[in-house]
Design a protein. Sequence first.
Length: 86
Amino acid sequence: MNVYCLADLPRILERFGNRGYRATQLEAGIIGGKLYLSAYAQRLGATGLTFYDDDVTAFFSPHAAGKSVIFLIALGRSAKQNAQRG
């Protein structure tokens, strides 16, 4: 499972300047940390990624229109875990 954190960066930057970008990154990181802890408590794996990809915004539009991907958290079992279960 992938969880994408998206934000309306132009609006945030207009209102808060560079500080808004840092706050947005912090909020995404806190959400990611909570998802990590939840995944590990269920014996799942988790990893976080930062990247830039307009295709993600297009995929989730119209809801995501005008937003930017801030953080992605991938959750689940590894191929090794799946093989052991199976």
